[in-house]
Each structure stands twice: as structure tokens, then as C-alpha cells.
Ligand binder design. Structure first.
Ligand SMILES: Cc1cc2nc3c(=O)[nH]c(=O)nc-3n(C[C@H](O)[C@H](O)[C@H](O)COP(=O)(O)O)c2cc1C
Ligand code: SF4
Length: 460
């Protein structure tokens, strides 16, 4: 099948939209371009060769295609295209590649609104769970289109068909794939599926080894999975199953991260050669197993560059876990990296929050569309954002900051330290090959941990 892209503000969409097509010649007939493309494909492939159009049925911009107009365009194009996919037009880019907080299947109403047509109408966007897909197919659309869903798990459909939905590795919406393609022009990669872009054959290990993995975060769990797949005798120690994923899933809109924990919980049950210990590994526990290889996936610990003032300075992780709670307070979040921003987002639901960041921008390194979404949310919740601002002194109730050489006093009821984390490796055992992965190697993100877990496990 050929898909013509007539949405997302691209050329065909620009011909379709009254906002961008102001021509006075025959191409001002807005559907003409989409129809001529279809005719040209038919000329080369025949009319029965299936062609679908991803159609902008709502531009999400004043003066653009409205849903009513979108329905009219779809009715015209149904005589030419075998499937119409109802999608978004010229409007905000973040609606086309929606970040994690968006609700599953939120765009499916577009398909519902342009139905019925003579040809099947497809819904697209953020369809992750089979139940959601079925609901859309029963009530809103004739077909569904899956994108990231299949990047994270190319066997999604097979698993659904075989009644193995619990085994699906769902796309968590981390946007690593979009960051790779759109921000970095790199080859595609996935935070949940380390084999994306590396579709190599995984071979059984030539020599079966005893592999001890310390840490049950995403890196440790993925390493355990592939070490087990390759036939090693695997011992996995974890303090908290999922490690940092548990923390990462706590800020508003990030619940989907829990899916990855659930996936590993289900997946790791499959391997008889994998033994799991729900305890923090001590050096002696590891030595007692006499391992051939150790994988250190012990993550990181929050970093506190200022005095730990009791009842005033708190660590972000205690706030995210709800171990310290605030209501109606003035709070300074020190550090505007991703973690600081998300902690601020959570706190701003019922407090007045200021973010203080040394760098010229907050949430550095985050994928562009997700970042835009997060910053908009912070602005909507009236979070004050101070960039290129340094904290110079912290006293109970008062924080002195400096911006462009000028000092300023911020009164606050609490300061949350979100100055980042430092790799944590609790011990080293001599003479045993040890691989340090994920945040324990250097503090980064889910993708780095998962992909390093995979790479190490296929190399042992
Ligand atoms: C990494 C990535 C790159 C994409 N690039 C394009 C693109 O070049 N053109 C396009 O029409 N859609 C592109 N899309 C968007 C998809 O067509 C589609 O709208 C979306 O991915 C489908 O929804 P889902 O990913 O939530 O399942 C891209 C999606 C991803 C994840
Ligand atoms: S990289 Fe993240 S957003 Fe992209 S498919 Fe994988 S899990 Fe989904």
C-alpha cells in the first residue's frame, strides 16, 4: 500500500488548507493536488493498487480546516483513496507526535466525526493497549494505525491475536525515537526496545556463564533478560523492582512508565535460568555466588551541593515519593533539569513554585516537543522560571540567588534540591569481570540504561 501524507502541515495539507492555499488558478481548488497525486499513482500502479491518505481533517488553527470542512474533504477524497486516515493538520507539532502525558487514543474522535464514508476510516495516535484499540474499533473507527506502538513491540499484533496481551512491551512515550530522528537526525532508537535499529540475530552464548546482576532498574532488568535469553545462569539482585522507573513514573502525566516495570515483571517470569533475589546485594552475597561476570546496574544517588538544612532543604526523590508533602507553601526548586522541572510540576498543583536553573534553559536535553509541552504546563501552573541564575546562599526561609551579577533574595518555606545525581557503585570485586551500566556508569535516561543492559548481555 502507498500512503500519501496529506496531514501534519506538509505539502498536500498546505494545498488542502484555506490558510495556506490562496492560489487563484485551478490549484486553488484545494483538493485538486491530492486528487492529481492519486491519479498519477493509479497511472503507474493501476486503480486497484491500494492507496491511503493521511488526511488533515482539522488544522487546529483559526482560519484553517475545521472538522466540518475536514469531513467534506474526506467525502470528496473517498472516491479516490481506499482508506482515509483522520489526522491533524497545520497546528501545533506536539499534537502530531504527542508526548507521554496525552491520553491514549485522544485523536480517534476525528475518525468518528468524519464517519461514515464509503471507504474505511482509520484512527491514529497514541493507541497502545489492545483494550483501547478494541474500543476505538467498536465505536470510532474502522481501522487503527499504530506507530510507536510497533517500534516498542513489533510483535504487538501477534501477542494480541494469541491472547498474550500481558506480554506486550508498550510504548511508554519517552520520545527517544523522536529525539533521535527529529532533533539529532540520527538513526532511530527506542527507550523500551533496545533492539530497534540493531535488529541483529541474538545467539545463544557459546559458554554458559554465571552472571550476577546488581540492581533491578531498567538497565539491570534488560541485562537479566538478554543474559537469560542467551542461556547464562543469571542471578538478579534488586532492592526495588524497576529501580528508578518507580520514581520516574510519579510526576503528573508519567504513569505510562509503569508499563515498562509491568513488562519486565511478566517477561522475566519466563526464564528458568534466571533467579531473582528481592534484597539489596551485599558484596558477600555476590562473592558467595562465585560469578564469572558481574553487571553493576546500581543507578545513582541524588547530589546535594548545599548544607542539608533540616526542615528546609529536601531531596526531590522524597518529594516525588510523597514522603514530604507541601500545601500552600512557597517553594524553590534548585535545579531545572528534567527532574527539577517534573518535581516543580508536581508541587505546583498546590504550591507557589520557583525553579532556579544555572543554565540558560530548563529541561536541557529533553526531546523538543515533550519539553515544549512540559514548559507550557509549568507556565499554566504559574511556576516562575529563573534561568542563568545561580544559588549563592541557602538559609532557612531565605535563598540568595545571583543573575547576571545581581543578587536577589527569595523567601521560601522550603527548598527542593534537584541538582542532579551522581553514579552509585557500592562495591567492587577484584578479579571478576565487571560491567557498569546505565546511571551507575553516568547519569542519563531510560534509553541509555536499557540499551547498555542489552549490549552488555549480548557481549558476555
Ligand atoms: C520517530 C518518528 C518519526 C516520525 N516521522 C514522521 C514523518 O516523517 N512523517 C509523518 O507523516 N509522520 C511521522 N511520524 C508520525 C506518525 O506518522 C504517526 O502520526 C504516529 O507515530 C502514529 O501514532 P503513534 O506513534 O502514537 O502510534 C513519526 C513518528 C515517529 C515516532
Ligand atoms: S522511544 Fe519511547 S516513545 Fe519512541 S517508541 Fe520507544 S518507548 Fe515509544
Amino acid at each position: 500500500m502507498v500512503e500519501v501524507q496529506g496531514a501534519h502541515g506538509l505539502l498536500v495539507n498546505q494545498f488542502l488548507s484555506p490558510l495556506t492555499n490562496t492560489r487563484e488558478d485551478s490549484w486553488g481548488e484545494r483538493t485538486k493536488f491530492a486528487i492529481e497525486i492519486r491519479k498519477e499513482i493509479a497511472k503507474r500502479c493501476g486503480w486497484d493498487f491500494p492507496v491511503t491518505i493521511r488526511l488533515a481533517v482539522d488544522d487546529f488553527l483559526d482560519g484553517g480546516i475545521t472538522l466540518k470542512e475536514g469531513k467534506r474533504i474526506a467525502e470528496e477524497l473517498q472516491d479516490y483513496y481506499q482508506i482515509i486516515q483522520a489526522d491533524i493538520g497545520l497546528g501545533p507539532k506536539e499534537l502530531r507526535l504527542e508526548p507521554m502525558p496525552f491520553q491514549q487514543g485522544w485523536r480517534a474522535y476525528l475518525a468518528e466525526k468524519i464517519r461514515p464514508l464509503k471507504v474505511p476510516v482509520a484512527a491514529v495516535g497514541m493507541i497502545r493497549e489492545p483494550d483501547v484499540a478494541v474500543d476505538i474499533l467498536r465505536n470510532k473507527a474502522d481501522m487503527i494505525v499504530l506507530g510507536r506502538t510497533l517500534i516498542a513491540d513489533p510483535d504487538w499484533l501477534i501477542k494480541v491475536r494469541e491472547g498474550r496481551a500481558k506480554e506486550i512491551r508498550k510504548c511508554i512515550g519517552c520520545s527517544e525515537c523522536i529525539k533521535a530522528r527529529h532533533d539529532e537526525d540520527e538513526r532511530i532508537r527506542c527507550g523500551a526496545n533496545p533492539q530497534v535499529g540493531r535488529e541483529i540475530e541474538i545467539k545463544k552464548a557459546e559458554e554458559k556463564k554465571r552472571v550476577v546482576i546488581v540492581g533491578g532498574g531498567p538497565g539491570g532488568l534488560e541485562a537479566a533478560r538478554f543474559a537469560a535469553i542467551r542461556g547464562h545462569e543469571v542471578h538478579l539482585f534488586y532492592d526495588e523492582f524497576g529501580g528508578t522507573l518507580n520514581l520516574a513514573a510519579l510526576p503528573p502525566g508519567k504513569e505510562k512508565i509503569r508499563w515498562l516495570i509491568e513488562y519486565y515483571r511478566e517477561e522475566l517470569k519466563k526464564y528458568d535460568n534466571l533467579k531473582m533475589y528481592h534484597k539489596k546485594a551485599l558484596k558477600n552475597d555476590v562473592i558467595a555466588l562465585d560469578p564469572d561476570a558481574i553487571i553493576m546496574a546500581t543507578g545513582s544517588k541524588p547530589f546535594l551541593p548545599c548544607p542539608p538544612l533540616r526542615d528546609f532543604v529536601y531531596l526531590y526523590n522524597d518529594v516525588l515519593r510523597g514522603e514530604v508533602k507541601f500545601e500552600g507553601k512557597s517553594i524553590v526548586v534548585g535545579g531545572g533539569g528534567l527532574v527539577g522541572c517534573e518535581t516543580a510540576n508536581m508541587l505546583s498543583e498546590n504550591n507557589k513554585v520557583v525553579i532556579v536553573e544555572m543554565m540558560p534553559e530548563i529541561a536541557q536535553g529533553m526531546e523538543t516537543l515533550s519539553k515544549k509541552h512540559l514548559i507550557r504546563e509549568l507556565q499554566e501552573k504559574s511556576v516562575r522560571i529563573l534561568t542563568t541564575t545561580r544559588i549563592v546562599d541557602v538559609a532557612r526561609g531565605e535563598i540568595i540567588v545571583e543573575k547576571e551579577g545581581e543578587q536577589m533574595l527569595i523567601e521560601a518555606d522550603a527548598m527542593i534540591a534537584a541538582f542532579g545525581s551522581r553514579p552509585f557503585v557500592p562495591f567492587h570485586i577484584e578479579d571478576v569481570p565487571t560491567h557498569v551500566i546505565g546511571d551507575a556508569k553516568s547519569v542519563r535516561n531510560i534509553y541509555s540504561a536499557v540499551s547498555e543492559g542489552f549490549k552488555v548481555a549480548i557481549s558476555i
